[in-house]
Design a protein around this ligand. Sequence first.
Ligand SMILES: NC(=O)c1ccc[n+]([C@@H]2O[C@H](COP(=O)([O-])OP(=O)(O)OC[C@H]3O[C@@H](n4cnc5c(N)ncnc54)[C@H](OP(=O)(O)O)[C@@H]3O)[C@@H](O)[C@H]2O)c1
Length: 317
Amino acid sequence: MRIFVAGATGAVGRWLVPRLVRAGHTVAGLTRTPAKAAVLRELGAAPVVADALDERAVHAAVQAARPDAIVHELTDLKAAGDLRKFDRAFANSNRLRTLGTDHLLAAARDCGVKRMVVQSFCGWPYARSGGHVKSEEDALDPDPPAEMRPTLEAIRYMEQVITTSSAPEGVALRYGAFYGPGTGAFDPATADQIRKRRVPLIGDGGAWWSFVHIDDAAEATALAVERGQGVYNIVDDDPAPVREWLPAIATMLGAKSPIHVPKWLARVAAGEHLVAMMTQSRAGSNAKAKRELGWRPRHPSWRGGFAEIVGNGALAA
Ligand SMILES: NC(=O)c1ccc[n+]([C@@H]2O[C@H](COP(=O)([O-])OP(=O)(O)OC[C@H]3O[C@@H](n4cnc5c(N)ncnc54)[C@H](OP(=O)(O)O)[C@@H]3O)[C@@H](O)[C@H]2O)c1
């Protein structure tokens, strides 16, 4: 197949492109940064330099690449340092989820692309009621904290336009929280914050989270390009509450247990949305991805995955 990967230089893209090339596909990789063209060549992709928010440039790039499939892994987290301002942190990424999706989808339709796979998120977007581990059929949050509303709207929009598309056929991948090489979460800076006990356990730490190693996320994406249909949670086999994973990771890092902060204090200091993410959010089940894509995560649990990374010295102080 000929495959156009938007976001080819990102954390997922850098694992995905070589995986697709190894499987015999011809890959064109989009970046907005001319200096990254060489990286894309090294990964095995033909570099395409364009801004995903420029409709004409996207159309020309897709037309030139003549892909059978498009993968959307775009995000822009430049402003995402302070999650207390969640809305501001994700504003650029939300534009890539709405306008960026529109431009790619329009180009795909015009150029006869057969399948389009887009990234989404498994975790806090699910309704904060009912079971702790959600399937793809379960409802998204009907009443998210105000700071998260624009981001959830962008996610809903992207999933809706993609899953109601028949030409190209659309697939949405709700990834769990990434970890592993090149990801921003649980990088040395975050590990340092955990060691310094600056990542507290809020309330009862009762929110459930799903993780996925970046390598497994890329593998699932490659399988979805080849045979996906509809929405999939792309998460490991081991959803866990914050009160379990945060202390476990602290122990792996040789840190003391996280400090406890009551909800009311966290609400004042960090905002209702961060309290919800640490006390109410839900995780996801990967049963559908295993059944329909034949995906088997190489890192079935974040416990082993994190231990491997800590053991490699990648998060050393
Ligand atoms: N991190 C998580 O835990 C998580 C969980 C669920 C879903 N996701 C989603 O998964 C996807 C992949 O994430 P990632 O960690 O691989 O992202 P990343 O490492 O931040 O990479 C982002 C990519 O988007 C490209 N990009 C950004 N703005 C662009 C623009 N205007 N035009 C063209 N390219 C643009 C970047 O290209 P250049 O920098 O080369 O220009 C880069 O290749 C994202 O959509 C993210 O929202 C992430």
